[in-house]
Design a protein around this ligand. Structure first.
Ligand SMILES: *Cc1c(COP(=O)(O)O)cnc(C)c1O
Length: 394
């Protein structure tokens, strides 16, 4: 029996089947390349579901984790630790003046954002938050209530009250949904799980204006778009819009679990002692990993590489779209790329896997291609060659 089959058999026996997994057991990885338990090699163009933004096992991250693992791994949040402070400083200095709350995942970072907004609106009796259709905010009960997709909610009713969904990139829809109970608007600056949907600059600016006028908390969920892969450190910066609250997770920890809720000065002291907490939030070992991510992005000029390689990948994908009539549209911002098809994409994604290229398919018809920010031209050429061969079969 292959080692992979043994591992899969153990999953079947002991791990809850909450995921639709493909039969791939990864064992080692570095940058964009990964190896399975049989030693087969893969080119990873969706590393760790957007977690490994600086590539698998980036040396700066691995080193930071290894050193810290021997010094001090966890400090409870009734004490202080330098690394948490340094990480908060790094986040604030690359976003906007304010303060950070640390959690362990994207959903938790969003929970903190929603709690902050509700606390802010409490005295005026406002608690409702407007979110977008096709959004994705996580799998806790509050976040499936916030998410604008029925499939995540089904079977878990009653949901948490206080969320209204409106169409994405439609400012009138938001204006019409605002009422005397509204306290905030929450959205991803680019919808990723929703199919790589990019809003207009006008829409984003109008949202900012509306939230200023109505005293609403504008929350950007940058869990997937944050930390550089849009070509800017945070995707909101592409639109020139600063949110009131921004959430981060996925690639912030370079592979370690972390979440962060970042609040602008006006909102930075809304959550007071005793109102919110997380046992593991911002522990020295994950903070050390995240500082390694910041260091790698700066030292290796990864934002610049993301812009350059993003443009190169987009050109290559557009060339493929001339060749295959079932490619409807290419949507790219930096290294966040979506290939919208007029046919189902799942078989294409699985065939890519068999040919050694890891990508993703979302919303049934959108191939999601998000290589790490360290990706090279040669790697893009290789990936495109595999994709071309695979597409030729459909
Ligand atoms: C992945 C994701 C989440 C949820 O993050 P978890 O770490 O899985 O809780 C929330 N929002 C967005 C935009 C995401 O991509």
């Amino acid at each position: 029996m292959r080692k992979s089959d043994k591992i899969i058999a153990m999953y079947d026996k002991y791990v809850m089947k909450t995921y639709g997994r493909v039969p791939l057991c990864l064992e080692t990885a570095k940058g964009t390349s990964a190896k399975d338990a049989e030693g087969n090699k893969y080119l990873d163009f969706f590393p760790g579901w957007a977690v490994s933004g600086t590539g698998h096992c980036h040396p700066a991250v691995s080193k930071a984790v290894c050193l810290q693992a021997k010094r001090l791994m966890h400090v409870s949040n009734n004490y202080y630790s330098e690394l948490q402070a340094l990480l908060a400083k790094a986040i604030i200095e690359s976003s906007f003046p304010g303060k950070v709350f640390f959690a362990n995942s994207g959903a938790e970072a969003n929970e903190a954002a929603v709690k902050l907004a509700r606390k802010y609106g409490h005295e005026s009796g406002r608690y409702e938050i407007i979110t977008m259709t096709k959004s994705f905010h996580g799998r806790t009960l509050a976040m499936i209530s916030a998410t604008g997709q029925d499939k995540v909610k089904a079977g878990f009713e009653p949901l948490l009250a206080g969320f209204t969904h409106v169409a994405f990139n439609d400012i009138d829809a938001v204006k019409n949904a605002v009422n005397e109970k509204t306290i905030g608007v929450m959205l991803e600056p680019i919808q990723c799980e929703g199919g790589i949907n990019i809003p207009s600059v006008d829409y984003m600016k109008a949202l900012r204006k509306l939230c200023d006028e109505k005293d609403l908390v504008l929350i950007f969920d940058e869990v997937q778009t944050g930390m550089g892969r849009s070509g800017k450190m945070f995707a909101g910066q592409i639109f020139g819009v600063i949110p009131d609250v921004m959430t981060l997770a996925k690639s912030l920890g370079g592979g370690l679990p972390i979440g962060a809720c970042v609040a602008r000065e006006k909102f930075q002291d809304v959550l007071t002692p005793g109102t919110h907490a997380s046992t593991f939030g911002g522990s020295p070992i994950v903070a050390s990993a995240a500082l390694g991510v910041f260091e790698a992005i700066k030292r290796e000029k990864l934002l610049l590489n993301t812009v350059k390689m993003g443009a190169y990948l987009k050109r290559k994908l557009e060339a493929l779209s001339m060749k295959y009539h079932f490619i409807k549209e290419i949507r790219c911002v930096g290294l966040i790329c979506g290939v919208e098809l007029s046919i189902k994409g799942n078989d294409i994604y699985e065939e890519c896997l068999r040919k050694g290229l890891l990508i993703n398919c979302t919303q049934d018809t959108v191939l999601r291609i998000m290589p790490p920010m360290t990706v090279t031209k040669e790697e893009i050429d290789k990936a495109i060659a595999i994709l071309d061969k695979v597409l030729a079969k459909f």
